[in-house]
Design a protein around this ligand. Sequence first.
Ligand code: HEM
Length: 331
Amino acid sequence: MARMGSAFKAVIGALFLCWVAAVPANAQQPTSVNPTAQSVKEQELLKELQRIQGRSSLPDARTRMLEQPAGRDWRQFQQVTLRWTGAIVIVGMLCLLLLFYLIRGMVRIEGGRSGRTLVRFNAFERFVHWMTATCFIVLAVSGLNVTFGKELLTPLLGPETFATWSQFAKYAHNYLSFPFSIGVALMFLMWLAWNLPSGTDVRWIKQGGGIVGKQHPPARRFNAGQKLIYWVVVLGGGAAAVTGYLLMFPFYATDVTGMQTAQMIHGIVGVLFIAIMLAHIYIGTIGMQGAFEAMGRGEVDVNWARQHHSLWLEKEIRKGRASDGTVAPAE
Ligand code: HEM
């Protein structure tokens, strides 16, 4: 009896094994998923790259993003768009200034120098100007190195020297941003009163500012062109500083999307700022006779002041700070 029982169990076991072997694998799945049929084609997967994001499990929400489509747009901007537009804007401005110089030449003091001078900028104003200008030039060169250096300088310097120079330039860019920002803030405060728009500016612009054409429209201490430079420095400098500090202290105030936006604004403001300051440097040096001494010695010739800032000169004469050359009648 016991032998019959174990033979029966063996038959049942054998039948069960045959059934397991005969049943197809997918029939054992409760939902009958076919992974091959469900998988997407490679091309479809690539299309999804425009949408796919990858996040890490870091507790800080701002630093979590690892992979995002906007990163590819940003890279395209950084490596292609900014390089091309930046090169066109800056080289274009240099070409325009060269052309302008060849056509117009230096704007000379009509009737020559009078030999009498008046104070245009005091020592503090000149200190702030040159501190800001020196920082700006280093910031501009080191900033351009970030955008163009690798392509332009590596073939000339070799990778090792380029890396050493770039590290030095990066430190200079970071540290000089502080005195530059202070300089912009001081310029804003010390020259604001003379840079608010007025009716004189409209007349000055209509007459081409005396640079285009032969007329010399009246102007106060700063003409409309200089007011434009002032506001470019204040607003451009402010925007460059805010976006620059967001990049210098990553993830403190914003996430990766905010930093990409900050970098794009920093790049665009940077190249426009450089192009506009090239025009300012042109006018302050070879473009206009007698201009440099305003920021150099702090004094300008009375004839220069009459030609370019007649309303300001009249006021300075009324205040007794300048002489128009006429001898006061004896009492
Ligand atoms: C080598 C570079 C530079 C030179 C030769 C230069 C020259 C001058 C001169 C001569 C003036 C006085 C103009 C006048 O008396 O009417 C001036 C004014 C001024 N500069 Fe500069 N500058 C330079 C760079 C800069 C930079 C980099 C900035 C700012 C980032 C700057 C901002 C200003 C401002 C706001 C004024 C007052 C408004 C104006 O006159 O346009 N300068 N500069």
